[in-house]
Design a protein around this ligand. Structure first.
Ligand code: EPU
Length: 417
C-alpha cells in the first residue's frame, strides 16, 4: 500500500504549474466515441481516472495512442457496446460513454457506475433524457440497457443544475435527428470547452456556457483536435495551499477568470492575492472567518469546499460552511477534529468551523479525491508527521502531486508499506 508522509509546518515557495482539467478531459475522451475519425487531445492530465476511461475505450475496441500529455483516439474500430462491469465500477465517469455509444451504435448496456462516494449520485436524469430522445431504457439492479435505431431531438428541462447530465445529453443530441434544447443546463467552463470541440468536428451546438443549450443534430461528426483547458480546481486548491501555509507561491498556467467567486471569497477572508492573466500569487495573510455556500458555476465549486473548510481552521472566527450540492461531502471533518480542529456538524450539509486552531499530525485515510487533497493541505500545516493512506483516491484526479509539492519545498514523500 502506498502512502503519503508529510512533515508539516514548513513554508513553501516558488511556482506550481496547473495541468489540464480532469473534468473536461474525461468528457472529451467519451465524446470521441461519436466521431467518424481520429481525435488528438492535448494537455491531458496523466491521472488514474483518465487511465481507467482509456482502458474502457480500449476494451470496446478503440485504438488509443498516448504520449505524455497527448492522446490520440481512433474510435472507428469499436466493436462492442457493453463495457466490462469491472472497469465501469471503478469510475463514475464511465456513465459518460452511455449516450455517445447509444447515439452512434444504437445500443449500449452498462453496469451502474462506481466512483467517489460523496452522496447518492443517481443517473436518473441521464436516463430520462435518453428516453425523451426516443431511447428504449431497460434497467435492473445491476445494469441498464439503452436502445434506439435513431434518436430524435427533444426539449429537456433539468429539474436542477447537473453537470455531467448536461454534458451527456449535449453530446448525445449531436447525432439525434432534429433539434434538442436543454433548459436549466449547467454552465461550468468545461461545458463550452466540450461544445467547442464537438462544433469543430461538425456539431451544431449553441448556448453552451448559458442555461439554455440548443443542439441541432447532424448526420455524422468528423475527427478533430483540441487542447484541454487548465484545471480550475487544481488552481484553486494550490492557491489555498499557499494561503494555509502562509507562503508566497505562484500558481501558473491557470485561468483565473474561471475562479472569480473563489478569488473573491478568499479576498473576503483577507487573503492577499495577486492575479494575472494566467497566474495567481499568494502572500502570507492574516485570515478571518467567512461564510461559504457551494453553488453551481459561476458560484463557489463544491470541489473546492474541503480545501476552503481546512483553510478556515486557520482563520480567526467562526465560519459556516454550507455544502449545498452533495449530502456526503463534509464527513471528512471528523478527521480534522481528530487533528485538533474545532468543527461542529449541524447536519450533513452544514458545519461550523471555529478558528484558528493548531493542527496536530495524524494517521489518516483519504475518503475521496477532493477531501483527500484537503487532508494533504491539513498535513502541510500540522505539527508532526501526517500519514495519508488510500492515496489512489487522490491520484485519481491530481497528476504527480508529490513532485509538484516537493518542488515548492514541501516535506512530502510517497512510501510503500
Ligand atoms: N443528480 C441527479 N440525477 C442525475 C445526475 C445527478 O439527481 O441523473 C444529482 C446528483 O446526485 C447531485 C447533483 O445532481 O446531487 C449534482 O450532480 P452533477 O451531475 O452536477 O454532478 P456530477 O455530474 O456527478 C460533476 C463533477 C464533480 C463535481 C460536480 C459538481 C465530473 C466527472 N464530475 O459531478 O466532480 O463535484 O459535477 O460540480 O465532471 C470531482 O472532480 O471530484 C467531482 C466529484
Amino acid at each position: 500500500m502506498e502512502k503519503y508522509v508529510i512533515e508539516g509546518g514548513h513554508k513553501l515557495h516558488g511556482e506550481i504549474p496547473v495541468y489540464g482539467a480532469k473534468n473536461e478531459a474525461l468528457k472529451i475522451i467519451a465524446a470521441s466515441v461519436l466521431l467518424e475519425g481520429k481525435c488528438t487531445i492535448k494537455n491531458i492530465p496523466e491521472i488514474e481516472d483518465i487511465n481507467r476511461l482509456v482502458e474502457i475505450l480500449e476494451d470496446l475496441g478503440a485504438k488509443v495512442e498516448r504520449n505524455g500529455h497527448e492522446i490520440t483516439i481512433d474510435p472507428q474500430s469499436i466493436n462492442k457496446t457493453k463495457p466490462s462491469d469491472d472497469l465501469v465500477h471503478k469510475l463514475r465517469s464511465s456513465v459518460m460513454l452511455a449516450g455517445p455509444l447509444l447515439a452512434h451504435y444504437g445500443k449500449v448496456t452498462m453496469a451502474h457506475p462506481g466512483g467517489c462516494v460523496i452522496g447518492q449520485r443517481p443517473i436518473d436524469m441521464f436516463l430520462s433524457g435518453f428516453k425523451a430522445m426516443g431511447a428504449k431504457v431497460e434497467e435492473n439492479d445491476h445494469e441498464y440497457t439503452l436502445q434506439a435505431k435513431k434518436l430524435h431531438g427533444a426539449k429537456i428541462v433539468m429539474p436542477w443544475v447537473m453537470v455531467t447530465a448536461t454534458e451527456s445529453l449535449m453530446m448525445t443530441a449531436c447525432l439525434a435527428e432534429g433539434t434538442t434544447t436543454i433548459i436549466n443546463a449547467a454552465m461550468e467552463p468545461e461545458i463550452p470547452a466540450l461544445a467547442d470541440f464537438l462544433n469543430s468536428c461538425g456539431a451544431k451546438i449553441s448556448g453552451a456556457g448559458t442555461p439554455i443549450i440548443t443542439i441541432e443534430g447532424v448526420e455524422k461528426l468528423s475527427g478533430g483536435e483540441c487542447t484541454i483547458i487548465p484545471d480550475r480546481i487544481e488552481a484553486g486548491t494550490f492557491a489555498i495551499m499557499g494561503l494555509i501555509t502562509g507562503s508566497e507561491i505562484t500558481v501558473t498556467g491557470c485561468e483565473p477568470k474561471h475562479l472569480e467567486t473563489v478569488l473573491e471569497t478568499l479576498r473576503r477572508a483577507n487573503a492577499k492575492l495577486e492575479v494575472g492573466d494566467n497566474w495567481i500569487k499568494t502572500k502570507p495573510s492574516k485570515l478571518k472567518a467567512v461564510e461559504l455556500r457551494t453553488h453551481e458555476y459561476p458560484g463557489f465549486p463544491t470541489d473546492l469546499q474541503s480545501p476552503f473548510t481546512i483553510l478556515m481552521t486557520q482563520a480567526e472566527g467562526m465560519s459556516l460552511i454550507h455544502e449545498a450540492i452533495y449530502e456526503g461531502r463534509l464527513f471528512y471533518t471528523d478527521k480534522l477534529n481528530a487533528m485538533g480542529a474545532k468543527i461542529i456538524m449541524c447536519d450533513p450539509h452544514r458545519v461550523i468551523v471555529s478558528g484558528p486552531t493548531p493542527l496536530i499530525a495524524k494517521k489518516l485515510e483519504s475518503p475521496d479525491l477532493r477531501a483527500g487533497m484537503g487532508l494533504v493541505l491539513a498535513g502541510l500545516v500540522a505539527e508532526g508527521k501526517t500519514v495519508i493512506d488510500n492515496i489512489y483516491q487522490i491520484e485519481r484526479g491530481y497528476e504527480n502531486p508529490i513532485a509538484r509539492l516537493q518542488a515548492l519545498g514541501a516535506k512530502i514523500e510517497k512510501i510503500k508499506e
